[in-house]
Design a protein around this ligand. Sequence first.
Ligand code: BMA
Length: 314
Amino acid sequence: MAGYNESLIKRYSHNPILTKNDVPYPVQTVHNAGVVKYDGKYIMLFRSHLQNGRSIIGLAESTDGFKFEVRAEPFITPAKEEPFAAHEEFGVEDPRLSNIDGDYLITYSVYSRHGVRVALARTADFMQLERIALITQADYRNVVIFPSKIDGCYVRLDRPHSEISPWSIWISYSPDLIHWGDSLVVIKPQAYHWDELKVGPGATPIRTDKGWLNIFHGVFKTMDGAVYRLGVALHDLDDPSRILGVADDWILQPEDAWEVTGYVHNVVFCCGAVAEPGGELKIYWGGADTVVCVGTAVISELVDLCLCKSRPTI
Ligand code: BMA
């Protein structure tokens, strides 16, 4: 366990690893990136704002997980065909990637006059994209699909919002990726705590020998606006609706200049992390909705934090 005041996440010394200047088409930001290993490389899908304020999703590749090269054309832009077109007209945001037996599933938020929903697409090669379905109603975001079936079902975490139960993390199950149900709330914001306003899933859950590690975001509202930080929780391997611990402390907060200042100030927002064979985790986050950053952590230390220093769940 890291010592007092020592962060469990070590920021990469050459952050930010991606800025709008790395993108060969006009964008105003690059941020909120899902990352997965494919064919010996790291593939990153990242969100960019266009100059009209709407978002598209680009693709970048890397051999080491730190230095990424952006593909010449964006990977996901608003659909032209129904039923997706009507729901993607205001843009596509915050992609998450999940590799289930070589099938790469992509969830992303879609905005339209009907609200925000989440769409599911798949690719086998990161060249062709097949849209599968709109998998939520309105007022949902942040869907992460577990990277393997559990008890014969696909499992996801998501974040619906309602006045009565604001911005909490829920779990749902599906036999076919299209129809989801048996939903339960699993983590709620904690009063007068760093995640008091909202919690939402971040990275696709990471399998560890002690449970599924869930890196989520939490938001606190200050007189100067909202602050987005990252936290960790551990879910039971066989029954991920059972929370084994939610760490009381955040694991990352905006500190570097490009996290504190930008398109939206004071934001670190995670959509992906990659577990390395030696037990290290590469965590990717958007800084101030403007750049992409990376850091490393020891997976067992994050697991210990969930188990040894936990807060109430709901
Ligand atoms: C959330 C989402 C994220 C964004 C964050 C901070 O509500 O819109 O895409 O990174 O706010 O602005």
